[in-house]
Design a protein around this ligand. Structure first.
Ligand code: TXA
Ligand code: MG
Length: 327
């Protein structure tokens, strides 16, 4: 396996690997994906195997344009409106497959719907055009662990199992895409992300709601409550830091103290990360997984997390944090 810096040559090499049925770590604006040719069932099977992902959990199929998406799914009026507004970008739509859809049944876990997305990353788009096939790509991590936002994360999680990692720096959004189900009577957000239900309501002209968090019966098979989890215990809405804890901060540290006395800003090296010291939610989203991973390595007894406003992309951050805290 090789981590290769992006160039026209390495993109063509990666495209060839994909056409030949191999796996590539693909940068996107949300998180790194583990990409395979979605038309090739054996290649898709390798994705499930590499991640240790249950085969009942379908994958997102990435394409480079709305017209490409239309080859595989029925784009209704809602889908076209959302695609025009948010593609390329961090929005995945669940839609009925077209008749005779060529995507491997394994990619959609045998469902008659398919998740599709056009990523807003120039390397991903070049790779999709170069490979000339749709790419099934879940996040490039072991099933159940934190999603990768850098090539090094992909290497740490799946190193021996991918044929090449295309290295293009850190993912700018940092959280997985919003998953919007447009296959039912009314549009429902199954997974919160950078595109909010409010953004979608405005474009679709109807109320878009978030799915109820019924963990036993997730609408999206991947939305099991325990997910995105570090190994260290996570404690939410912390107002101070207990002895032996690490702190994942958000905003000013002025009023954060240590239970045993002293200030949070004086925590030892490696025990403190601030998602955004200026309190910016987009910056916080981009830092979330990398900082959780870093604090996970600090041998702390728990990671205390300051509260994050539940608005805009903050809602998606809190969704991931709640899953990380579930044990
Ligand atoms: O940002 C992203 O979406 C990243 C990058 C690589 O594009 N990909 C990603 O894929 O997060 P993955 O496989 O980790 O998450 C896909 C989610 C899962 O929760 C899965 O259950 C759901 O989408 N999903 C896929 N197809 C579905 C379908 N037909 N019906 C309902 N949920 C579906
Ligand atoms: Mg994932």
């Amino acid at each position: 396996m090789a981590i290769k810096a992006v160039s026209p040559k390495t993109i063509e090499e990666a495209a060839q690997i994909l056409r030949d049925g191999g796996l590539v770590g693909m940068p996107t604006e949300t998180v790194y994906g583990l990409a395979a040719n979605a038309l090739n069932g054996e290649a898709v099977a390798k994705v499930f195997e590499a991640k240790g992902r249950p085969a009942i959990n379908p994958l997102i199929v990435h394409v480079y344009s709305i017209d490409e998406a239309a080859k595989y799914v029925e784009l209704n009026d809602f889908a076209r409106a959302a695609a025009h507004k948010f593609w390329p970008g961090p929005l995945t739509m669940i839609l009925p497959k077209v008749q005779g859809c060529k995507v491997s049944d394994l990619a959609s876990a045998g469902l008659d719907t398919l998740a599709v997305r056009v990523p807003a990353h120039k390397v991903a788009l070049s790779l999709l055009k170069g490979a000339a096939v749709p790419l099934a790509a879940p996040s490039a991590n072991k099933s159940g662990s934190l999603s990768p936002t850098s090539p090094a994360h992909v290497h740490d999680s799946l190193g021996g199992k991918v044929d090449m990692i295309l290295a293009a720096g850190a993912s700018s959004v940092g959280l997985e895409s919003t998953v919007l189900d447009l296959s039912g009577e009314e549009p429902v957000v199954l997974r919160p992300g950078g595109v909010t239900a409010e953004d979608l309501s405005e474009v679709l002209g109807v109320e878009v709601r978030y799915a109820d968090g019924d963990a036993d019966k997730p609408k999206s098979p991947g939305l099991l409550l325990k997910h995105y989890a570090p190994n260290t215990k996570v404690r939410l809405n912390a107002v101070d830091v207990d002895e032996g804890e690490a702190l994942l901060a958000f905003g000013s540290l002025k009023f954060m103290g240590l239970k045993q006395g002293g200030f949070a800003k004086d925590l030892p090296e490696g025990r403190l990360c601030n998602l955004s010291d200026r309190g910016d939610l987009h910056e916080a989203a981009a830092n979330l997984f990398a900082m959780l991973k870093e604090l996970d390595k600090s041998n702390a007894k728990a990671i205390a997390v300051m509260s994050i406003p539940d608005e805009g992309i903050g809602r998606a951050i809190n969704d991931r944090l709640r899953r990380a805290a579930e044990s």
